[in-house]
Write a protein that binds this ligand. Structure first.
Ligand code: IPE
Ligand code: IPE
Ligand code: MG
Length: 226
């Protein structure tokens, strides 16, 4: 399980909820709701696949530009998800981590998250949720912290990223057919393997994740060497 072929840290850009809803003639909010159900199933199975850290892009710093109603639907889903799934995280030894400028969310969400972080702090498998996250902002912030402490080097920047305590990113998956990073983990993705699938997020199952892992295991990572 320690070989290069084994993905310890997998990140997912969960995209396509809106298109899923449209395809099923349902309101957009239903797409997001079904997206949460896909998250739940994945979190339940990730530990069994040997993944030490699953990082999920849930809300970007650019997603504030969506209509107020959609932003509020997403925030309400977040509230519901934490409330309903926290006991399961605790029971399943999941350590919740939040990356992004989450202190800038509504005060009641910040409070719920602080409580959830505390209650899951002893967990062994990490679920990192990116909330109000933007990679350029993360890197700029890390660079300014690095500058305050002395030299700006790749090492001092990395040590000040939200992900400093996580294993290196092995595999980055994006659903829904888009082939872009949308300001997600730009630094961490330097040598990550990429996996793009046309499956829309609400349809993404643990089997899809397993096949991305199988594909990852067949790749040769060179890191510039030969
Ligand atoms: C991803 O689905 C969820 C978030 C970005 C919060 P989208 O809402 O972006 O769905 P599409 O891309 O419009 O289909
Ligand atoms: C990226 O998806 C953000 C999340 C999945 C949370 P978007 O749907 O916001 O990205 P763009 O706008 O297609 O680049
Ligand atoms: Mg999208």
């Amino acid at each position: 399980m320690t070989s290069d072929k084994h993905a310890r840290h997998v990140a997912i850009i969960m995209d396509g909820n809106g298109r899923w809803a449209k395809r099923h003639h349902l309101p957009r909010a239903m797409g997001h709701q079904r997206g949460v159900e896909a998250v739940r199933k994945l979190v339940r199975s990730a530990g069994g696949m040997g993944i030490e850290c699953l990082t999920l892009y849930a809300f970007s710093s650019e997603n504030w530009s969506r209509p107020d109603e959609e932003v509020s639907d997403l925030m309400n889903l977040m509230r519901k998800f934490i409330k309903s799934d926290l006991p399961e995280f605790i029971a399943n030894d999941v350590r919740l981590k939040i990356i992004g400028d989450w202190q800038g969310l509504a005060p009641d969400i910040v409070e719920m998250l602080e409580d959830a972080l505390e209650q899951t702090s002893k967990g062994s498998n990490t679920l990192a949720v990116a909330l109000n996250y933007g990679a350029q902002q993360e890197i700029a912030h890390a660079a300014s912290l690095a500058a305050q402490s002395g030299a700006i080097t790749p090492e001092t920047i990395a040590a000040n990223l939200y992900t400093a305590d996580l294993p290196p990113l092995d595999l980055l998956i994006r659903t829904s057919g888009e082939v872009r990073l949308s300001n997600f983990l730009l630094w961490q993705a330097a040598y990550a393997e990429m996996s793009f699938t046309d499956v829309l997020w609400p349809d993404f199952t643990p089997d899809h994740l397993q096949s991305a892992l199988d594909d990852f295991a067949r790749r040769e990572r060179r890191y510039g060497g030969r």
